[in-house]
Design a protein. Structure first.
Length: 339
């Protein structure tokens, strides 16, 4: 096959690595995948780190994980040498061949078990994202385990940020083919007036928090390319009607500003192989007076439905400035006393 594996003679325990040399740089590029997506999938599913060094790949991790990842990479390279292409399904199948049968029925089993066992960090292309509070850890585990998840609570508790982080994790691991992020285009208590430009330019101010989250997890050039290829979509809720969202990770942010009709429309867009997350804050409804919030209605109707999880956050889960938590507590106390 023309691949050599070299293990450095002496290394500290925590940085043991296996070096694999690939003579054909063209095939190595295809092995790594666009934006190293294939390597990311191997990392996520075997628990190693893979670094590219010229025409070599360094696989870093414990002995059994390194051996598994190295064997997968050798097999995939051999497939390329035979003139075949590789897909996310080929990688997943190669990795799962040596696992117990129970795991082969759960392609997201590793991520679910990781958080159920107390892990706190998601790995994206730019940085690790930590679920800090118990509510956040449960929320992330539920997003991996359920096809539809709700995150309900005050601002600053990580509802949207963690949802986008899970979406990016699933995307780069090959579990979904695209990310779709949406918000109702509702102004927060003030009139912004006429906005010039095409539709994207008009709605971008509403979508900026979603762009901010993406740019935290993926390199800016990659985000731009994926947006151009429509493998990442950021769109107002109003344009979702009539679509079926398949093999996608879908997030509806600020869902308290969706009407009952819009919420039902959005929920019924869920297609085969997709995950959907609905986030919102029941105390920040900006809909016209007399218009019911679709978030509150969905919460009432879908409680107890199989495959749907509800996760609630409080001021104790705020991860912004500590003062934000105290502000939320003060408002909650004021409302409780009816002042």
């Amino acid at each position: 096959m023309g691949i050599s594996a070299l293990t450095p003679p002496t290394r500290p325990e925590d940085v043991i690595e296996t070096l694999m040399e690939f003579p054909d740089n063209r095939l190595l590029i295809e092995l790594c995948g666009e934006f190293d997506r294939n390597l990311a999938q191997v990392e996520h599913q075997t628990g190693v780190h893979v670094l590219r060094r010229g025409n070599r790949l360094a696989v870093i991790g414990d002995k059994s994980a390194r051996e598994q990842a190295a064997a997968v990479l050798r097999g995939l390279y051999a497939r390329l040498e035979a003139g075949k292409h590789i897909s996310a399904g080929d990688i997943d199948g190669s990795i799962r061949m040596g696992r117990p049968a129970s795991d082969t029925m759960r392609p997201l089993g590793d991520q679910i078990e990781m958080f159920q066992a107390g892990a706190t960090e998601l790995r994206t292309r730019k940085k690790g994202v930590e679920a800090r509070t118990e509510a956040q850890k449960t929320y992330v585990a539920n997003l991996f385990a359920n096809e539809l998840g709700f995150g309900i609570g005050p601002a600053g508790t990580g509802k949207t940020y963690l949802a986008v982080a899970v979406g990016v994790t699933m995307f780069i691991s090959g579990a979904v083919e695209k990310i779709i992020l949406s918000r109702p285009a509702v102004e927060a208590g003030e009139r912004l007036g006429f906005l010039p430009g095409d539709m994207k330019e008009k709605i971008d101010p509403y979508m900026q928090p979603l762009y901010d989250a993406l740019n935290d997890f993926l390199p800016a050039k990659q985000v731009q390319k994926l947006l151009e290829e429509k493998r990442i979509e950021i769109a107002p809720l109003a344009v979702m009607r009539g679509r079926t969202l398949s093999n996608a990770f879908v997030v509806l942010d600020e869902a308290q500003n969706a009407t009952s009709m819009q919420m039902k429309m959005f929920l019924t867009r869920l297609g085969e192989g997709s995950r959907m997350v609905i986030t919102g804050d029941r105390t920040q409804v900006d809909l016209p007076r007399g218009t019911n919030s679709g978030l509150a209605e969905a919460e009432r109707i879908l409680k107890g439905v199989k495959g749907v999880s509800f996760n609630y956050f409080t001021s104790k889960d705020v991860v912004r400035h500590p003062l934000v938590g105290r502000i939320i507590e003060a408002y909650e106390a004021d409302e409780a006393h009816g002042v």
